[in-house]
Write a protein that binds this ligand. Structure first.
Ligand code: NAP
Length: 467
């Protein structure tokens, strides 16, 4: 598949293979983009931003509604492509496409709701005769960089709000899963003036780095791992930044919780997309009164999961993104096991597949609970009470989302206040997101919020006018 620069499909002699992780076969190739390609895309975006800025909000909203209709019609094909290139189960890929279409629709609505505000100038010295108000203006050109795990919806969370706020975009998808994202870019481009949306494939260290360091860009909106996010923020200079980074989300289950619902939520949160979800359940913290019952039921439900061909609608857990990722999980589990962790089920790898795995006898210094484990692994930690549960939940550099199961309002309110994360879900797994809610982590998990209204706000700057 080709990349997209200034409305043209661009190919290169040098290619990147895109593999199906379920069987290691090459599905397709994409061009190995260069710094020159990125510069061409940035120049095209800078030329076209003026056309967008002269359009009415009504017209831009109409374009986004048309894109929404088109993406909806292509949803089945895009879902298949996501499954082929990422190994995500077809059920989850269809879910991603449903959400993707809705994210575009939300942006079409938001394009008509970009407001400034009046300023009470007379509250300041010398302002009595002044009339002041703000207007929200576009940034110009936005660089969007995305990871492999939700290749379409995460791209839309950047591209659609950027366009809603009248910005041109240069987009770099992950080289591990660029196909559905490129197809999406082509669909969107067919409704937009040439150059408003450009998509350049290639290495993060080349294509991504050029975006981050090029001074003709006004913002970088990045979703990916903490090390990449930190390196981008050091290099980006005065560009505006949004950072949606990794998570190590806790799910706390207290003695007064509904165990059946908590177990179902834990299974969903820990193993969805083979555990490759930023808001996946990465640590399960159990109060001692319910721990034994929870563990028995959780292991039983984990063992029932069907691991296999992601294209089959019956499959619950597919492969990881590649064998290297599965080997990394194998090594982390081996290390934990050498340090005293007990494997209650799973613990086996075959190619890029890793069996859903439950671990107990975890201590707080193990890598498996200190770092983000991006795989189908559930470490269990037993605690005395809510205070200890909150201390364990916060004992990490991450702070994306958290979940708590309890029947007590008092416990819920205490946890909401004390847990250090961007979102707290009560009686739900942290693996919960609607595409309009403010989404983004605290601590090393990120900076800024996405969720269409919040992303649109971040895609503008504020200009003050005084009469
Ligand atoms: P990653 O390795 O950080 O890559 C993310 C993107 O950054 C890719 O497109 C990558 O390019 C690019 N990149 C790499 N080096 C770069 C550089 N020096 N400059 C600019 N761009 C560069 O992350 P991943 O493994 O794809 O995704 C998994 C991570 O994303 C996990 O940590 C997960 O928690 C996080 N995530 C966070 C959210 C959220 O909303 N908070 C959502 C989803 C995922 P190439 O890989 O193509 O070289």
């Amino acid at each position: 598949m080709e990349m997209l620069i200034n409305g043209n499909l661009v190919d290169k002699d040098e290619k990147i293979d895109v593999n199906n992780p379920a069987n290691s076969r090459v599905i397709d190739t994409v061009p190995q983009g260069s710094r020159e390609d990125v510069k061409n895309a940035i120049m095209a975006a800078n030329r076209s931003k003026k056309i967008l800025q002269e359009m009415s909000a009504r017209k831009i909203s109409r374009i986004l509604y048309d894109i929404y209709e088109d993406v909806l019609m292509s949803s089945d094909d895009l879902a298949e492509l996501i499954t082929l290139e990422t190994g995500k189960t077809i059920r989850d890929s269809r879910g991603e496409m449903k959400r993707s279409a809705l994210t575009i629709q939300l942006a079409a609505e938001e394009a008509k709701r970009i407001y400034g505000e009046t300023v009470p100038m007379d509250a300041g010295i010398g302002g009595r005769t002044a009339l002041g108000f703000t207007i929200k203006i576009p940034l110009g050109v936005v660089g969007a960089i995305t990871p492999f795990n939700y290749p379409v919806n995460l791209a839309i969370h950047k591209i659609a709000p950027a366009i809603a706020a009248k910005n041109a975009v240069v987009f770099k998808p992950s080289q591990k899963a660029p196909l559905a994202a490129l197809k999406l870019a082509q669909i969107m481009d067919s409704h937009l003036p040439n150059g408003v949306l450009n998509a350049v494939t290639g290495k993060g260290s080349v294509v991504g780095d050029e975006l981050v360091t090029n001074n003709l860009l006004d913002k970088i909106s990045f979703t990916g791992s903490i090390p990449t996010g930190v390196s981008i923020s050091k290099k980006a200079g005065m560009k505006k930044l949004t950072m949606e980074l990794g998570g190590n989300d806790p799910l706390i289950v207290l003695d007064d919780a509904n165990i059946e619902k908590a177990v179902a939520a834990a299974v969903k949160g820990a193993y969805m997309n083979a555990g490759q979800v930023c808001i996946g359940v990465k640590r399960i913290i159990l109060q001692e009164g319910i721990a034994d019952e929870f563990i028995d039921r959780f292991v039983e439900q984990t063992e029932k999961l069907k691991v296999g061909d992601p294209m089959s609608p019956e499959t619950d857990v597919g492969p990881l993104i590649d064998e290297e990722a599965a080997l990394k999980i194998e090594k982390t589990i081996e290390e934990a096991s050498n340090q005293g962790a007990t494997i209650l089920c799973g613990g086996k790898r075959k190619g890029a597949f890793y069996a859903p795995t439950v671990l107990e006898n975890i201590n707080s210094r193990m890598k498996i609970v200190q770092e983000e484990t991006f795989g189908p692994v559930a470490p269990l930690i037993t605690v005395k009470d809510l205070d200890e549960a909150i201390a364990v939940a916060n004992d990490t550099k991450y702070g994306l989302q958290a979940g708590l199961f309890t029947d007590s309002m008092k416990n819920a309110l205490k946890a909401i206040k004390l847990i250090e994360s961007g979102g707290v879900m009560i009686n739900r797994q942290p693996t919960f997101r609607t595409d309009n809610m403010p989404f983004g982590g605290f601590k090393m998990s990120g900076m800024g919020k996405e969720g269409v209204k919040y992303a649109v706000e971040d895609m503008t700057r504020t200009k003050l006018v005084v009469f």
